[in-house]
Design a protein. Structure first.
Length: 187
């Protein structure tokens, strides 16, 4: 009996998030995003990413003469907002302003720009396992930390971003090499 290579599930704690200016209303190919962010220096990391989710609406149709079933047809796809959480750091660092509040507030002042991005699940040795790209993201909600003098917890801020679609990309080849060079960058 031949034994194969065991493939364990990837751990969910090792990931990177990279965002860049949106290229167009239809969004760039993921290779464009990955190559344009390759070599980005880290100045903020996220401790949690949620919202990699999509739902397809299903339309029901009661066909005449078909009394034992209701026909089902695919309809519009909707994507959940992506939520990014991180511990609050100083307002400014060597790379510039890394405050999520400032990013959100720029939209309130009419200066905000859409972002395309990549979320990369990494293996324990740092190699890309899966890559999800999204396009034309805008901040939808910012939440400050819960402050409690009775607990010794990290102050965490949350940024929820709305976008126009998620794609799962190939983690191998040129994209995987470019993504491997990407370090966390903030929205």
């Amino acid at each position: 009996m031949a034994t194969g290579t065991r493939r364990d599930p990837a751990p969910a704690f090792n990931f990177s998030v990279a965002l860049t200016a949106a290229k167009s209303k239809t969004g760039p190919g993921a290779g464009t995003v990955a190559l344009s962010t390759a070599g980005t220096r880290s100045y903020a990391g996220f401790s949690e990413v949620t919202g990699l989710e999509m739902t397809m609406a299903v339309e029901s149709y009661d066909a005449g003469g078909v009394n034992d079933a209701t026909l089902k047809f695919p309809s519009r796809v909707r994507w959940s907002n992506i939520t990014l959480k991180r511990g609050i750091v100083g307002r400014r660092d060597q790379q510039g302003d890394s405050d999520l509040w400032t990013r959100f507030n720029s939209y309130l002042e009419g200066r905000g720009e859409r972002r395309d991005g990549l979320i990369t699940l990494l293996s324990t040795d740092g190699a890309p396992v899966h890559v999800w790209s999204f396009r034309n993201a805008i901040p939808a909600r910012w939440e400050g930390p819960g402050l409690n003098a009775g607990r010794s917890a990290v102050a965490v801020e949350t940024l929820e971003i709305a976008h126009e679609g998620i794609r799962r990309e190939d983690a191998g080849g040129a994209l995987g090499t470019a993504v491997g060079a990407v370090v966390d960058a903030i929205f």
